[in-house]
Design a protein around this ligand. Sequence first.
Ligand SMILES: O=C(O)CCCC[C@@H]1SC[C@@H]2NC(=O)N[C@@H]21
Length: 237
Amino acid sequence: MHQLFYLKECSSTNDEVSKFLLYENSDFIGVHTFNQTQGRGQYGNTWTSTAGQNLAYTLAVKAKNFLISDFLFNYYTAIVIRDYLANLTENTVFIKWPNDIILNRKKIVGILIEKRKIHQEQYFIIGAGFNILQEKFDEISNAGSLLTQTGKRFDLEEFTENLNAFFIEKLKNIPSEQEIMDRFNSHLFRKNEISVFEIGKERQNGIIRYADEKGEIWIELENEMRSFYHKEVKLLY
Ligand SMILES: O=C(O)CCCC[C@@H]1SC[C@@H]2NC(=O)N[C@@H]21
């Protein structure tokens, strides 16, 4: 069973979903708004969004239904969101490790997955912020929207309903670990290109080669291949 709730405005859909989980028992509970006022991002950052132009979407699922590691679950959700967007545009959609969605070199979706226990049940709280109709972005944010990157104006309600149906369908059929890794790596942003990274306090050139099933990214540096966990390395450009 699944349900999708709409809120006219809320602070964070990742927080709101907990309230629904207290009294609903569906396998999939979605919450969305087009006006999120205190969105949370990765690294404790805030996630800002212009009211009425973008989608804040959270889907809560029971963790026990997914017999894969948290890393693979994260990767798979990024693949699903990437695939959904790839069906809407002719342009190539990439995943920037670990889970930003990139279209024409701009970030158009940010994902924040949290784990939460409610009434003895462990949930994955999958939060995704989709930039859809926003036209102006901070230069330094390196963000864009579906409108700025494709020129198309998507209908927010239709976009959300289709996304929710697509997501649930794909979460009912989790592929093998090998397939998840292959698909993730085939869409990896800046794979095999020379890039600049921030490692500790230093900047270094390197080439992303692949992500592995333990959640690490393998980068070829000047004299060695090294793997990094999330937060140990930042892709600058
Ligand atoms: O930093 C990132 O890239 C992750 C951003 C995640 C934002 C989404 S919007 C829906 C959900 N609610 C939140 O407060 N955050 C996530």
